[in-house]
Design a protein around this ligand. Structure first.
Ligand SMILES: Nc1ncnc2c1ncn2[C@@H]1O[C@H](COP(=O)(O)OP(=O)(O)OP(=O)(O)O)[C@@H](O)[C@H]1O
Length: 275
């Protein structure tokens, strides 16, 4: 298994509060993800999608339950061994942390830093080691002309795809992407998801994507995991996920309906339009 979670609970630590008192962001999750599997995480805002992806990336230490990545409990390993395990995973955050004044080529090649010695890493910041590889990765996401652009001159959607191009440069065996198409227009979103999925297939890597675009999740991913309030509501092949299950997942108890607005009748609008 790439990931194995049993009764996994995760809490966000808050300053001045004992760990055990922090509310759980993920409650007793059971989830197994095999190499090569592709699944979409869906669910309303605050459901725990980002927390789950960060936990899979070994960025959050679980408060309870069993957690294994490639058959190992990352939190039972030494720091060095956990670092090596993390280098086998790639998490593309929703807003990639790209240094603003950096060139795109350097930012993309930074994906190889975990596998470099300190000296190689330093040298690569001054002189990009493999611009052709960076260019090829950018081309896959439609950014071939941005190789030497400065990161702070990119649009939001370009930055997002630049962050995903890093993923291609990594040698990760499991790919995690947090809302990878949130800043993209529909055509680019399709293209970007297809590129991510093709890459995962080519390296037989597990691919876990959180998505707010439910239609895209249903169209592209064979397995859907619905999260709500930190719990898995369903984990099913897409054919088994019904419209009613989606509606229940997104039903919002905390938003009050807006008061009805007095609106103009069609004949009044027509009169208004004449003057
Ligand atoms: N750093 C943090 N400290 C404390 N609580 C946090 C922290 N990050 C997230 N949370 C809480 O954990 C819960 C899950 O948040 P998370 O960001 O994982 O949800 P999400 O499904 O990714 O939401 P969205 O779709 O809005 O990005 C929320 O209740 C959130 O308020």
């Amino acid at each position: 298994m790439s990931f194995l979670l049993e009764q996994l609970t995760v809490r966000h630590l808050a300053p001045g509060r004992a760990a055990a008192q922090a509310p759980a962001a993920l409650h007793a999750l059971d989830l197994a993800i095999a190499p090569g599997e592709q699944l979409a995480l869906i669910g309303p805002s605050g459901a725990g999608k980002t927390t789950l992806l960060a936990t899979l990336a070994c960025a959050h230490r679980p408060a309870g339950g069993r957690f294994e990545v490639f058959g190992q409990d990352p939190w039972a390993l030494s720091q060095g061994a956990r670092h090596r395990l993390r280098a086998r995973l790639f998490l593309a955050p929703q807003t990639p942390p790209l240094p603003p004044r950096q060139r795109v080529v350097t930012a993309v090649l930074a994906a190889r830093l975990p596998h470099m010695s300190l000296w190689q890493a330093f040298a690569s910041l001054l002189h990009p080691a493999d611009p052709d590889a960076a260019h090829a990765a950018l081309v896959r996401f439609g950014l071939g002309d941005k190789l030497y652009a400065r990161v702070d001159r990119l649009s939001g959607g370009e930055r997002q795809r630049c962050g995903l191009a890093r993923l291609l440069l990594s040698s990760a065996e499991a790919l995690l992407a947090d809302e990878p198409i949130s800043a993209l227009d529909p055509a680019l979103a399709q293209h970007t998801l297809a590129a991510l999925q093709a890459e995962a297939r080519s390296r037989n890597a597990a691919l876990v994507c959180s998505l707010h675009q439910v239609d895209m999740a249903r169209a592209h991913f064979p397995r859907l995991v619905g999260l709500r309030a930190g719990r898995i509501v369903f984990d099913a092949p897409r054919e088994a996920v019904t419209d009613a299950m989606i509606a229940a997942l997104y039903e919002n108890d905390s938003v009050q309906p807006l008061p009805a607005q007095p609106h103009e009748s069609p004949d009044r609008i027509a009169v208004g339009a004449c003057f």
